[in-house]
Design a protein around this ligand. Sequence first.
Ligand code: GLA
Length: 386
Amino acid sequence: MKRLDPERLAFEWGQAFGRSPDGVALAPGRVNLIGEHTDYNGGFVLPMAIERHVGVAFGARGDRTLRARALAFAESRDAEIDRLRPGMGGWFGYVAGVAWALEASGYRVRGADLLIDADLPRDAGLSSSAALELASARALSAASEIDWEPVEMAQLCRKGENDFVGVACGIMDQMASAACEEGAALLLDCRSLEGSAVELPAGFTVVVMDSGVRRSLAGGEYNRRRQSCEAAVAALREDFPEVGSLRDVSAERLATVRERLDETVYRRAQHVVLESYRPVDLAAAFAAGDVARAGHLINESHDGLRDLFEVSCRELDMLVDLARDRRECLGARLTGAGFGGCAIALVEAGSAATFIDAVQDRYRKSVRAGQDFFVSRPVGGARLVP
Ligand code: GLA
C-alpha cells in the first residue's frame, strides 16, 4: 500500500476545494500486544500505535455543513451538522458520528471540508475505523477551536461508533489511536482508563502479518462473545454480588459456577479471566528484560483465543505456527477482534527482515498469495501536522 504523504494530501485538498487547508490531522492504527477481548470486560490491554495512519486534510467553513471526500472510495458525502441522526452507515458514518458525539457532549462544531486518505488497510483488524474517527476528531476540533484532550476524545469517538454508527466496540482502539506515546505501547486499565507507557524490550521489534482474511462476519460473532461474557457475569453475581465484570473473577471462582453455565459460555469466560491481567504481566516481563516469559505470555494469549474464546481461524493459526517455528521469534498471536485480520510476532530486531522473508514466503506458498507483512515501531497518537 502506498505510504500516506500529508503534504500531498494538503495539496490535493487545495485542488479539491480551491483554497489552502487549515491543516492535516493524522491518527494511527494499532496492534494489540496482549489483552484481547478484555476491554469490554473491564480488564487490561496493551496496544501499540503503528506507523500506518488515516490522514484528514481540513478547512473550516462559515456554515454548519460537513463535507468529506474519501480518496480510497473516490466518493464525496455531505451532511448538515444540525440534521445528523444515528444509524448512518458507510465510511462517512464514522466521520459524522464524531461531529454528532462532540455536539452531544456540548461542543459547537463548525462546518468543514475534509479530504481523507490512509495507508492503513481496512478490515484487517488494525483499527482503521478508530483511526478515521480520531483523525476526524483531531481535524474537527482544530477547525472548531476545541481543546484536544486525548482520553476525552477517545471516549467521544467510541460514543460515535457505539451510538451513531451502531457498532458495539470497546474503548481500546480509540484509546490507542488517541493516547499512545511515541516510542511506547500503552498499558491501559479499561475500567479507570488510567494508562502508562511501556517500552518494548531492547533488541526486539513487532512484526505485523496480514492473513489476508477479511473479517466479514466479525460484527455478529463479536456481539455473541460479549453476550457470553455478560451471561457468565450474571451467573457469578448470584453468588458473588460484588462482581462488576469478569476482571474481578479468578479462575477458581469461575469454576465454582461451572455447572450453572453453558459449556461454551464457560470456555469464553475462562479466556477472559486468564487474559485480563496478562497485559500487566507482559509489561512486567518487558521491564525485567525477561523475554522468554514475554514470548510465553504472548503464545498463551493466542492459544486461549483459539481454543477457549474461539475467535481465530485456520489462516491465523497457520501464520502463528509458521512464526513460532522461527528461532528469532519469541512469541506470536492474533491481534484485534480475530476471525481474520492480522497476527503479530515479537522478533529479534536484527533478524526481522529474514523472519519476514521466510514466514511470508511459506505463508504465500501454502496459504494465500500477496499478503503484506511489515515491521512497525511504536508511534504517538492523533496529531496535527504543521
Ligand atoms: C475490536 C474492538 C475492541 C476490542 C477488540 C478485542 O478491536 O474494537 O474494542 O474489544 O476487538 O480485544
